[in-house]
Design a protein around this ligand. Structure first.
Ligand SMILES: Nc1ncnc2c1ncn2[C@@H]1O[C@H](COP(=O)(O)OP(=O)(O)O)[C@@H](O)[C@H]1O
Ligand SMILES: [Mg+2]
Length: 235
């Protein structure tokens, strides 16, 4: 039996008066990769933000490694091991690769991830050490954003549309890196429009529609459930 890593119970999140999340629930075990799928505007980004209190849920619980995260700030949640790589990739445009990564690694005494390990995962970053991230391609920015997240030594990575706008060969490189992270024991939640790529990585799927969890189950059950695919994803 695998251990429960994350339990998400009936999250409700508002933006101002708009009731955006109206019941998001799912759970994740150690080393799971869950694909969160849903149409544009369904609430996927808000779900990831709510897990780490960047958007604070009004009600519901996020239990990560047996701890309720209700009043814990995003920075401390990252320290506990759940780290979001946001859609906009959270870059510091004026910093070089070396600067961006060393800012984080100097605060990280218990280093599982080191710069040499990062460059093994993303060889193309090594050649860009002195380049500023505003000179980067979308793929390089995504790799840098994931590298920065890894330097916080996460147990669970939350990825919001990592392949958005990337050329197919870069998507492939990213896919290989994420597969190797999963092999090394990490857990991942990936929000993707690239359903094929997400399903290649994932063992679980959760479908969000209109702010609610509409369906959750194994990848194979999802692939056999054409009804859910059609109703909530239009595929
Ligand atoms: N900052 C915000 N203020 C108000 N409404 C927002 C904000 N961000 C997103 N929304 C709305 O919340 C809903 C869910 O958005 P989002 O979580 O970004 O969806 P997804 O990531 O699935 O495309 C959408 O209707 C969107 O318009
Ligand atoms: Mg989104």
């Amino acid at each position: 039996m695998s251990n429960v890593l994350l339990n998400v119970e009936n999250l409700n999140t508002y933006y101002g008066k708009s009731h955006i999340l109206q019941g998001i629930s799912f759970s994740l075990s150690d080393n799971d990769c869950m694909a969160i799928l849903g149409r544009n505007g369904a609430g996927k980004t808000t779900t990831l933000r709510s897990l780490v209190n960047l958007s604070k849920p009004d009600s519901g619980n996020v239990i990560f490694m047996d701890e309720n995260l209700k009043n814990i700030k995003p920075y401390y949640i990252a320290e506990k091991g759940m780290t979001l790589v946001p859609e906009n990739r959270g870059m510091f445009p004026s910093l070089t690769v070396e600067e961006s990564l060393s800012i984080i690694s100097q605060y990280n005494s218990n280093n599982l991830w080191t710069l040499p390990k990062i460059f093994e995962l993303f060889p193309s970053l090594k050649h860009r050490l002195k380049n500023k991230s505003n000179e980067f391609s979308g793929g390089e920015q995504q790799m840098l954003a994931i590298s920065r997240a890894l330097l916080t030594n996460p147990k669970l990575l939350l990825l919001d549309e990592p392949t958005q706008g990337l050329a197919p060969n870069i998507v492939n490189e990213l896919f290989k890196a994420l597969s190797s992270l999963l092999k090394s024991g990490l857990s991942i939640i990936i929000v993707e429009q690239n359903i094929k790529m997400a399903l290649n990585l994932a063992n679980k799927v959760s479908v969000i529609g209109k702010g609610k969890t509409k369906w959750t189950g194994s990848k194979s059950k999802f692939q056999n459930n054409t009804g859910v695919q059609k109703e909530w994803l239009g595929i």
